[in-house]
Write a protein that binds this ligand. Structure first.
Ligand SMILES: [Zn+2]
Length: 526
């Protein structure tokens, strides 16, 4: 039976659209309430969505038409490609889908409900982060850090099992493992990615070493201990993925008593982008049972965009809400006249690029004066430190991305290997953090992405690179982002409106006139 591309795309969209919306809504409900019923509904909605895309006939038709280049019109060809990729990503039998959704729901519930125990008291993630960030007591940060890892032991065996099941599905499709399959079906070339990461590793090695050396001096002084005694709990957060306090000025102090929602609104107003509707639908503050992370979700591809945050007035959350709203404006301003399949960002990494660009503004002098309301003199005094902070953040996160990406590469190559040791080998190599002596715990499993957002982290790094390339063009076009309506228009026209008309690489080329080029990022961190 042959089918035309038009009818395949139309029938697919008609069938998947309600399933997609139901799944997004269930995801949202489960994140805001965390009740077993909501988690169950989310699991069911996810399974229904996955079953739709798992349909073998759909996959066979899409693949045949795609491989035969049956679509001549570029928009139709792109829709067909996305149908093909979605069905290819979900080619697994019912037993596999059941096992994946059960395992994922089980570990998700454990992460969401996890509270580490410090000093005999239950602490949520924000409280543990606050201790790691602020305390000067080595014993206290160690206890908080160890508490934050307790969830690892609770989920490790399920995460390993998830890797086995994902690998089996990948191999059934002819891929080496889940890592290779994920990248390929995500339109990322594995060899190109690994060679790019190797280049980035060598380009960032010296600057990171110098930064780490400076950080070690400051952290040792902060705790009043010798440098040689520094261990993973001394770096200000659970994974050393963010910048610990570097100078005299406490950035968090700048946000005390500030209304982060008002600051975010003013930031986007300055670009001529409206976020009040997104904020009105968002869930902004911490509550028991609620997901402790942050994300943005587009429920229906018709403008019902929401963000979830757990705002407290500090620098991290000021930056996080700008980040999530960056995803939000991208989703919101995609051309609504595009076919449904194309009403999404070009790629996860493309929307991450915008989110990072926006989240990074809290370190910019123009933001500190124009939005936060510091005097120009104070803002410029702080600007050197703010720029230093932003550069440090990029370097630290790049090295952390390497730990995550190389860990996943190795974990999917062999889930049975000694992952506990592998984790600390990578942390020592890329982050230059000394492993805790004698520790035998699945600390890798305490990172939620490894379980629930597998083979995702490379998107953050690629997003960094794209963000700097966009920033370079915005700088040339509008002279900056903060308060620049021209910058907002550039983003709207060149980045947001086209949706998924092109793949991410084509999108970068169309938007900036140049293929992805890491030089803008390397220049910014060197
Ligand atoms: Zn993001």
């Amino acid at each position: 039976m042959t089918q035309s591309v038009e009818s395949l795309v139309r029938e697919t969209v008609d069938a998947v659209r309600p399933l997609d919306k139901a799944y997004q809504l269930a995801e949202w409900d489960s994140a805001v309430s965390g009740t077993p019923e909501a988690n169950q509904r989310n699991q069911d909605a996810q399974a229904a969505w996955m079953r739709f895309w798992a349909d073998r006939n759909l996959y066979a038709q899409a693949r045949r038409l795609h491989d035969g280049r049956a679509a001549k019109d570029p928009l139709l060809a792109r829709q067909l490609k996305l149908v093909y990729l979605s069905s290819a990503r979900n080619q697994q039998d019912d037993a596999t889908i059941d096992e994946l959704t059960r395992l994922e729901a089980d570990v998700r519930a454990k992460y969401v409900n996890f509270r580490g125990s410090v000093g005999g008291k239950e602490r949520n993630d924000n409280e543990i982060e606050a201790i790691l960030d602020k305390s000067k007591d080595s014993a206290e940060v160690r206890e908080a850090w160890e508490a934050s890892k307790q969830v690892g032991a609770q989920v490790a065996e399920s995460v390993r099992q998830l890797a086995r099941v994902r690998n089996a599905a990948a191999r059934a499709q002819g891929f080496r493992d889940h890592f290779q399959r994920s990248l390929t079906l995500d339109e990322i070339d594995e060899n190109e990615l690994l060679s790019l990461f190797a280049d980035l590793e060598s380009a960032t090695r010296k600057p990171f070493q110098a930064l780490k050396d400076r950080i070690d001096g400051l952290r040792a002084a902060h705790f009043g201990i010798p440098r040689a005694d520094l261990r993973p709990w001394h770096y200000g957060d659970r994974f050393f993925q963010e910048v610990p306090q570097l100078g005299d000025v406490d950035m968090d102090g700048l946000f005390e008593g500030k209304d982060l929602v008002a600051l975010a609104t003013a930031t986007y107003d300055g670009l001529g982008l409206e976020v009040r509707d997104i904020l009105a639908r968002s869930d902004l503050y911490a509550r028991p049972g609620k997901n402790q992370h942050a994300f943005c979700i587009h429920i229906d591809r018709e403008g019902d965009v929401r963000t979830l945050n757990n705002l407290v007035p500090n620098q991290r959350w000021a930056s996080t809400i700008l980040h999530e709203l960056g995803h939000g404006v991208y989703d919101k301003y995609i051309d609504r006249d595009l076919p449904w399949m194309l009403r999404q960002p070009a790629h996860t990494l493309s929307t991450e690029a915008i989110a990072q660009l926006m989240g990074g503004l809290t370190s910019e002098p123009a933001w500190l004066s124009g939005i936060l309301g510091m005097s120009r003199r104070d803002a410029s005094r702080l600007s050197a430190q703010a720029r230093d902070h932003e550069r440090a953040a990029r370097l630290i996160f790049t090295r952390w991305c390497m730990v995550m990406t190389y860990f996943e590469l190795a974990m999917y190559a062999d889930p049975e290997r000694d992952l506990d040791t592998l984790w600390w080998d990578l942390v020592e190599r890329y982050q230059l953090v000394h492993r805790p002596e004698g520790r035998r715990q699945p600390d890798w499993a305490a990172k939620i992405h490894i379980a629930l957002a597998p083979v995702y982290y490379q998107n953050y790094e690629l997003g960094f690179l794209v963000a700097r390339q966009f920033e370079d063009r915005i700088q040339r076009t509008a002279g900056g982002i903060v308060g620049q309506k021209k910058a907002g228009r550039w983003l709207l026209e060149r980045v947001f409106k086209p949706g998924a008309k092109e793949d991410w690489a084509g999108h970068v080329l169309s938007a900036t006139g140049e293929a992805l080029n890491p030089k803008y990022f390397v220049r910014a961190v060197s």
